[in-house]
Write a protein that binds this ligand. Structure first.
Ligand code: AP5
Length: 208
């Protein structure tokens, strides 16, 4: 199968964005990321308010807003990797009603490491490339000078987001564990080692 449909689950900072970029590149599939889509439309007026109000509190944006974004993206995609969706059981049920999946992966990382990764993450506003002050600093000083930090990447906000993950998204992990579809990946390894395990898991799933 050339264009797999992949769901990548993981807590904030687990490496979903990093590994989704690898998956999109390697399999030639769309990277569907609700976080980026919402950041690009932070001030969009909806009947629930703007996405910004929820994101700046570390809370989930209301399901109907997010479901609509994902359904439109899936309609246009051949294969895809879902990054940051679904985040609760209701979104998971919605997703299962609109598409099938070939692989469901879960990146496991300890809370301590998550906080360290989130607090050290920096973004290049010109290219959208993601860096880390310690693990993956840019080589070019001009790039280093223009790096910015996401509004919700403070240590306090990271704690809040991890709490929301445990309450709302872990039940999704447990659901796909119970159906036997979930593959757990050790997300605390180096990015290259995580990628090797991710790719092996997807290849095994699509060969099955
Ligand atoms: P979103 O943008 O999805 O954020 P998140 O899930 O909190 O995930 P992150 O982007 O923080 O982390 P990541 O797992 O992608 O890690 P990364 O690869 O960057 O969501 C933001 C907000 O939008 C939510 O709080 C919510 O309000 C809203 N939202 C989004 N989706 C929603 C939905 N479905 N429903 C409702 N609301 C929604 O890596 C992190 C850092 O670690 C980087 O610096 C990276 O360089 C480094 N790194 C990565 N891998 C490794 C490694 N193996 N070793 C060392 N460093 C590593």
């Amino acid at each position: 199968m050339a264009t797999p449909r992949i769901m990548l689950l993981g807590a904030p900072g687990a490496g979903k964005g990093t590994q989704s970029a690898n998956l999109a590149d390697h399999y030639g599939i769309d990277h569907i990321t609700t976080g980026d889509a919402l950041r690009a439309n932070k001030d969009m007026e909806t009947e629930y308010g703007t996405p910004r109000e929820f994101m700046e509190a570390g809370e989930l944006v209301p399901d109907p807003v997010v479901n609509e974004i994902v359904e439109a993206a899936i309609d246009e995609a051949d294969g895809f990797v879902l990054d940051g969706y679904p985040r609760n059981r209701s979104q998971a049920e919605y997703l299962e009603s609109i598409t099938d999946l070939d692989a469901v992966l879960y990146l496991e990382v300890s809370d301590e490491e998550l906080i360290h990764r989130i607090a050290g993450r920096r973004l290049d506003p010109e290219t959208n490339d993601v860096y880390h002050v310690e693990y993956n600093p840019p080589e070019d000083p001009a790039v280093e000078d223009r790096l910015v930090q996401r509004d919700d990447d403070t240590e306090e906000m990271a704690q809040e987001r991890i709490g929301v993950f445990k309450e709302s998204t872990l039940p999704v992990v447990e659901h796909f564990d119970a159906t036997g579809d979930l593959v757990r990946i050790d997300g605390e390894q180096s990015p290259a080692a995580v990628w090797s395990d991710v790719r092996a898991a997807v290849d095994a799933a699509i060969d099955a």
